[in-house]
Design a protein around this ligand. Structure first.
Ligand SMILES: [Zn+2]
Length: 247
């Protein structure tokens, strides 16, 4: 018997269950692809995480290992997650600004071994596709879902994914304002959303997801919650176009 409180019932519980089901299907699809590792699967992996056309087989293999580990780990978390693991979040607990909190769908505490997902003001306003992506995004933050992030700070395990925007050398978490000030080229790329412009100006390869472009090299994208969630969500076919001719 589950003694925890069930905060979400009826239609909301149904939405959570449906998103968990979709997420499981997607994770299994990606795992099948990454194990099959056909030419198009390799292309999808490279495109999704911005892996350079001239990357070595070893480098692509290392990326594959990182993503495979996270897929397996998320499947294990997904299998244990039920509606009882969803709890109303709060701005105070999340430590987010007013503006960010208002647009928050969910958040987690990465070190939380109970794998509780805290629900924000926007989760039930999202469609089922985005709710599913939120599951993949949030679960990837939990410690133990991958190898240690090379950028992780001291004193934390740092084996979950990170959030945020970084400059094209992966140096700094930046707001849009900071981006414009410190790195006008990247800012312009993010603003124009023109892939040809991005490919022309950014030295390290970039990846495209959803309706956003971002200049994020693999050393970041392999450890980033958004990149992983978009990959799981099946957006990888879009990115593959960025690397034509089988790269
Ligand atoms: Zn996140």
């Amino acid at each position: 018997m589950d003694v925890r409180q069930q905060y979400y019932k009826g239609a909301q519980a149904d939405q959570i269950a449906a998103a968990l089901d979709s997420q499981r299907l997607q994770l299994n699809e990606r795992l099948s692809e990454i194990d099959r590792y056909s030419d198009s699967d390799v292309l999808n992996l490279r495109g999704s995480f911005g892996i350079a056309p001239d990357a070595t087989t070893e480098q692509v293999g290392a990326a594959r290992d990182i993503i495979r580990a996270r897929l397996v780990s998320e499947l294990q978390i997904n299998a244990k997650t039920t509606v009882y693991d969803f709890v109303p979040g709060s701005q105070n607990d999340s430590k987010l600004s007013d503006e960010t909190w208002a647009s928050t769908a969910a958040y987690v505490h990465p070190g939380d071994t109970s794998h509780t997902i805290y629900v924000g003001p926007q989760f039930f306003n999202l469609d089922s596709v985005d709710q599913t992506m939120v599951m993949s995004h949030e679960m990837s933050h939990f410690e133990g879902t991958g190898p240690r992030n090379p950028r992780a700070g001291a004193g934390i395990a740092g084996t979950g994914t990170i959030d945020g925007e970084f400059d094209d050398r992966g140096r700094t978490l930046m707001t849009e304002h900071d981006t414009a000030r410190r790195d006008p080229i990247t800012h312009e790329l993010l603003r124009t959303k023109d892939l040809s412009v991005i490919m022309e100006h950014v030295e390290e390869p970039v990846r495209y997801y959803g309706d956003q472009y971002s200049a994020m090299p693999p050393k970041l994208s392999l450890y980033h919650a958004d990149t992983f969630a978009y990959y799981v969500g099946g957006y990888q076919n879009h990115y593959a176009e960025a690397f034509p001719n089988g790269h």
